[in-house]
Design a protein around this ligand. Structure first.
Ligand SMILES: *Cc1c(COP(=O)(O)O)cnc(C)c1O
Length: 403
């Protein structure tokens, strides 16, 4: 039995089949490299889906986790914890006049933002508004509320009845947005670059319309930065590329250097809707996740990770535009910002994706035709070039480019 067969069989025998897994079992990882059980090396262009933004097992993050494990792993939110205060101070400095609620995942952060929106309307504004508008193609998570908010039918299939209080409008459609606002509308929730949806940025004019309508109708703006945040796009938050003033930001994936952690950041007036006992989570803000996150934020600042991500992103996009010029009939569009990049093919990309994996390049295929790159932000330019060369070569194969 080959390694992969062994993993396939045991995974399907013992683990719920919720993932179509890649034919790769990862034994260990370091920096930008993954290693399988035959010690074959792969270039990681996915970073655990934008989680390991500083690369795998960054030595300083490992050290801070080790030290914190010796000191305090968990005590519960019934107690004051200095690790939470330190992280909340640092994180809210990126979003002034806000407070943090710590949790464990992206879906849980969005769930918190949804609950906070409802409670803010009911308890602070004394209003009956509750509806949250989201966009087609969006992805906000897998809990009942967040899958209801998600603008993709496949995520909802088989889970009816969904939650009331959500309306999905067409992505980048200003008119549809404007027409959809009613006396019940409480908030608009967006990703400024849809990740799962195929690396699709919102347009500047759509963003301008969102700002205008939020102001006019006194709506809350929730920006889901779970994938785009923490330096990924060449800014700390991706919404900084736009003129946008969110009331609530949700974050998770890369926040704690690979440990599970999410957070809701809410402007003070909105955050005040959460009182003692209104919301909570046992593991949220665990000292060990907080210390890993603090170290992550410290390294991002010290090592100029944000401007490096911007610079490498420009270089990568330029390389890929050259590949596109050589294969204009195979690549529809290169999209993205910083090191969040999508290559939309003109044909289903499964064969090319698998051929890239066999050549040692790990990336993701989303929406059937979009090769999605979310490499560690510490990746070297030569790595990115080697990927462009491999893609160029494979696009030359007629067989790999047929559906
Ligand atoms: C990954 C993701 C989520 C869900 O995060 P989980 O940690 O998987 O619950 C929500 N929104 C966006 C934009 C994401 O990329």
């Amino acid at each position: 039995m080959s390694e992969v067969d062994f993993f396939q069989k045991n995974t399907s025998d013992y683990i719920c089949p919720t993932y179509a897994r890649y034919p790769l079992a990862v034994k260990k990882a370091k920096g930008c490299k993954l290693y399988d059980f035959e010690d074959r090396e792969y270039l990681d262009l996915l970073a655990g889906i934008s989680v390991c933004n500083l690369g795998h097992s960054h030595p300083e993050i490992v050290e801070s986790i080790k030290q914190q494990a010796e000191k305090l792993i968990h005590v519960s939110n019934l107690f004051y914890q200095e690790e939470q205060i330190q992280l909340a101070r640092k994180l809210t400095a990126t979003f002034p006049d806000s407070k943090a609620f710590f949790c464990n995942s992206g879906a849980e952060a969005n769930e918190g933002a949804i609950k906070l929106t409802r409670r803010y309307m009911q308890k602070i504004k004394n209003q009956t508004r509750f509806e949250i508008i989201t966009l087609t193609g969006s992805f906000h998570g897998r809990t009942m509320a967040t899958l209801t908010a998600t603008g993709q039918d496949k995520i909802k299939d088989g889970f009816a009845p969904l939650l009331p209080g959500f309306k999905i409008i067409r992505f980048n459609d200003e008119q549809h947005l404007e027409q959809s606002i009613t006396k019940d509308t409480a908030a608009i929730m967006i990703e400024v670059i849809q990740g799962e949806g195929g690396v699709k940025p919102v347009t500047k004019s759509f963003v301008a319309k969102i700002s205008e309508l939020c102001q006019k109708h006194d709506l809350l703006l929730i920006v889901d930065e779970i994938q785009t945040g923490i330096a990924r796009t060449g800014r700390f938050w991706a919404h900084e590329h736009y003129q946008l003033k969110p009331d609530i930001i949700t974050t998770a994936k890369a926040l704690a250097g690979g440990l599970p952690m999410g957070a809701v950041l809410a402007r003070n007036n909105v955050a005040s809707a959460f009182g003692p006992g209104t919301h909570g989570t046992t593991f949220g803000g665990s000292p060990i996740s907080c210390m890993a996150a603090l170290k992550t934020l410290e390294i991002i600042e010290r090592d100029n990770i944000i401007s490096m991500a911007a610079q490498k992103g420009l270089m990568l996009q330029a390389e890929l535009e050259n590949v596109k010029k050589r294969h204009p009939e195979k690549i529809r569009e290169i999209r993205g910002q910083g090191l969040m990049v999508g290559i939309e093919l003109t044909f289903p990309g499964n064969k090319i994706w698998l051929a890239l994996l066999e050549k040692g390049f790990v990336l993701n295929l989303t929406q059937d035709t979009v090769l999605r790159l979310l490499p560690p932000l510490i990746i070297e330019e030569d790595h990115l070039k080697s990927f462009a060369v491999a893609l160029d070569q494979l696009l030359g194969s007629k067989e790999l480019c047929e559906p």
